[in-house]
Write a protein that binds this ligand. Structure first.
Ligand SMILES: [Zn+2]
Length: 417
């Protein structure tokens, strides 16, 4: 369809942009084609509006180029505000809570009422999403309450620095840790994924049995991501509750996940370490630090706490006590400063160096025994790169040296961050 004049208001005509023209076209499509007639008149233009928003994000807000969607990857649609009606039936003490929603052209649908609408909430856009185990409905709400004002960074009483990693998901500058569950790369899940993927591959292409096998693996992936999300919300809550502000590193996660450069000699490809890097990359994806930072940002926003971001260069080998920077400071997970003898867990130490870069001190709102450190040194070294392979993470030598380190640490008096 060629460009045409669009009526902006009563007397103003304007050359339509691609989005306007295509939105008009959807009305015509619904008259020409029975397939489109089954779709609500709101839903098709909303899709085009979403595409438009994706391009706006790319051109004006520095987002990534929109992904191409085919019908198989297109998993959600939305209704404009005031199109859907909700009939919430919440019976006190009932085992199952089901309510009803009216979706235009689909009709009344029953849904599991997992969350209550707040009293004065106004429902806005309604989005229906397809996931491996069914359809989900999410509702945008207009609430009367607003977010608290963000406290200026200069006025905070205490700030907590965090260092994210694979052996420990989060190391906080107060010496505590949040464990990495490895929801998608632990042994049990990797085995289940391998077996189920093999079942898919052995079924005939395009068959119903193959699709069925595909659905079981999709459900497992969904479960893994649900577990990851739940754990990350808990981790984010711990981090945000610790102090008045949070400092985290500015990680280039895509850069960390780059493949190794191919090595070539005499026209032949030589081993370049990619097979170990592959395991590490998988662990990085599984830890999903970007998602964790997003959750921390949201919880901090709700609490009015500011977030400071520091540059992560050399945080792992720079001493937070005296500033001495050398790779000799590191011995696996232990940090022993070659200059001043400061001892800490390497990740805790990195978070403290990060805090120093922000220029603020850590004072917890939840008082803990600060200077003593956690005394926790996990013996398994570089376990991350070998996920899913039997017993390779266990390194006897590093276990022995960590025992010595623990003994030495008990000798030294507590060094404050
Ligand atoms: Zn030092």
């Amino acid at each position: 369809m060629s460009a045409e004049l669009t009526k902006l208001s009563k007397n103003v005509l304007k050359w339509g942009n691609a989005s306007d023209i295509q939105m008009k076209r959807t009305t015509q499509l619904r008259h020409e084609n029975t397939y489109y007639r089954r779709i609500d008149s709101d839903v098709l233009p909303r899709n085009i509006a979403r595409l438009d928003a994706a391009f706006q994000g790319f051109w004006e807000h520095g987002k990534d180029f929109p992904e191409y969607a085919i019908s198989a990857t297109f998993k959600s649609f939305e209704y404009k505000p005031k199109r859907c009606k909700f009939e919430v039936k919440r019976i006190v003490g009932a085992k199952h809570r089901f309510s009803r929603v009216y979706l235009p052209l689909i009709g009344w649908m029953r849904y599991f009422d997992s969350r209550q609408f707040p009293e004065d909430a106004e429902t806005r856009t309604v989005t229906i999403t397809r996931q491996a185990d069914g359809w989900y409905i999410s509702v945008l709400l207009n609430l009367s309450e607003s977010l608290p004002d963000e406290m200026p960074l200069e006025e905070v009483n205490g700030i907590v620095g965090i260092d994210v990693g694979i052996n420990q998901l989060v190391a906080l500058s107060d010496g505590s840790f949040v464990k990495n569950l490895k929801p998608g790369t632990n042994k049990r899940v990797r085995r289940a994924l391998r077996i189920r993927q093999r079942r898919v591959n052995r079924k005939q292409q395009g068959s119903k049995n193959r699709a069925k096998a595909g659905r079981t693996i999709a459900r497992l992936h969904q479960k893994v991501s649900a577990k990851r999300d739940a754990h990350q919300w808990k981790a984010a809550k711990i981090v945000v509750d610790t102090a008045d502000a949070v400092a985290h590193e500015d990680l280039n996660i895509l850069g960390m996940k780059k493949r190794c450069q191919p090595k070539k000699s005499n026209g032949r490809f030589m081993p370049n370490g990619q097979s170990a890097k592959r395991g590490l990359n998988r662990s990085i994806s599984d830890a999903a630090w970007g998602g964790l930072f997003q959750k921390i940002a949201w919880l901090a926003l709700k609490a009015g706490k500011p977030i400071a971001i520091y540059h992560p260069k050399n945080t792992s080998c720079e001493c937070s006590s005296c500033g001495h920077t050398s790779p000799d400071n590191r011995n696996g997970e232990k940090f022993i400063c070659a200059n001043c003898g400061y001892i800490a867990h390497a990740d805790t130490q990195a978070s403290r160096t990060g805090l120093k870069r922000v220029g603020l001190k850590f004072v917890s709102t939840r008082r803990k025994n600060l200077p003593g450190d956690s005394r926790k040194v996990t013996p398994i070294k570089y376990d991350s790169a070998r996920n899913g392979k039997r017993d390779q993470g266990r390194n006897l030598e590093s276990m022995a040296s960590s025992v010595i380190a623990t003994v030495r640490k008990q000798d030294t008096r507590g060094v404050s961050p």
